[in-house]
Design a protein around this ligand. Structure first.
Ligand SMILES: [Zn+2]
Length: 67
């Protein structure tokens, strides 16, 4: 049985989903170009709030609020 198009389609869907995922998570720090990671405030009055912090922390202290 030859490898059908069905399998290729599934591989393609997987690939596209990965691309979308990659796009969603690719927030780059405007200061140093590192990836931004989702963090949660653990101290202060804003405890529990989510924000993006630079993965280069503490070298880079850039943060962005989650919209
Ligand atoms: Zn940074």
């Amino acid at each position: 049985m030859p490898i059908g198009d069905d399998r290729n389609d599934r591989e393609h869907v997987k690939y596209v989903q990965n691309v979308i995922k990659e796009k969603e998570s690719t927030n780059l720090c405007p200061k140093c170009g590192s990836k931004l990671v989702l963090r949660v405030v653990k101290q202060s009055v804003n405890e529990g709030n989510e924000f993006y912090g630079c993965s280069n922390y503490p070298k880079c202290r850039y943060t962005a609020t989650v919209i």
